[in-house]
Design a protein around this ligand. Structure first.
Ligand code: SF4
Ligand code: FES
Length: 230
């Protein structure tokens, strides 16, 4: 066990004029996840602390927060990987409006997905086969859990118009643009282009902090651009 100072950015949109930090000291295990720490905090120190979680296993996408300023999933991050000099700072995802504490407004993020028609539109002539190569092309994009970490990634500055773009919408466009069952196919890439989803500057690592390691710089954006040019 180790003593850790956890500082959380608190804010209640119905009451506060500005966010403020609140610190707690508590005993934690290095092998605990940050989500476990938040659950302990809420249970033992402050039941009013607001944060989202559901699956606790990196599947539902609910627990995105910043840890020492870096967007991550709380349920997939161990204390030992983020504690610095006995402290951890936890805040809401940037580029989203804050509703309460660590709970952000995801409506705009999810609404932006509609523009790329994020569901399969079955081609009636589809013969029922998918090559292994075709499957490998879309399987990674299919892992997106809509957590918003890519949108929040620090490579886009607050106030930068490109921060309004939605990388997850580009992932959805890619996922169906290359699915042989889908009748819209490359049309989805044109939708992504028209929505400006291919314009976002990309960091050299190209993954925008994605917990599923989806590669925007080397797969999603170039793939959609090639589909547009076809
Ligand atoms: S692309 Fe990655 S970071 Fe973005 S919403 Fe999907 S899983 Fe989260
Ligand atoms: S609680 Fe579901 S992804 Fe973290």
């Amino acid at each position: 066990m180790m003593e850790v100072k956890v500082t959380i950015t608190r804010f209640d949109a119905s009451r506060d004029v500005a966010p403020y930090p609140q610190s707690f000291s508590l005993e934690v295990r290095e092998s605990q996840t940050v989500l476990d720490v938040l659950l302990d905090l809420a249970a033992e120190h402050d039941p009013s602390l607001a944060f989202r979680r559901a699956c606790r296993s990196g599947i539902c996408g609910a627990c995105g927060v910043t840890l020492n300023g870096v967007p991550k999933l709380a349920c997939e991050t161990l204390v030992r990987d983020v504690v610095r000099d006995g402290e951890i700072e936890i805040g809401p995802l940037p580029h989203f409006g804050v509703l309460k504490d660590l709970v952000v407004d995801m409506d705009g993020f999810l609404e932006a997905l509609r523009g790329v028609v994020p569901w399969l539109v079955l081609d009636p002539s589809y013969g029922g086969n998918m090559s292994q190569e075709g499957l490998l092309k879309v399987v990674k994009a299919g892992e997106c859990i809509l957590c918003g970490v890519c949108q929040a990634d620090g490579s886009a500055e607050e106030g930068d118009p490109s921060a309004q773009l939605n990388p997850a919408a580009a992932v959805k466009a890619f996922r169906y643009a290359f699915d042989p069952r889908d009748i819209l196919g490359p049309e989805r890439a044109k939708l992504a282009l028209d929505l400006g989803l291919l314009d976002r500057p990309l960091d050299p690592k190209g993954k925008l902090g994605c917990p599923k390691q989806i590669d925007f710089a080397h797969q999603i954006i170039p793939g959609l651009r090639q589909a547009v040019e076809r």
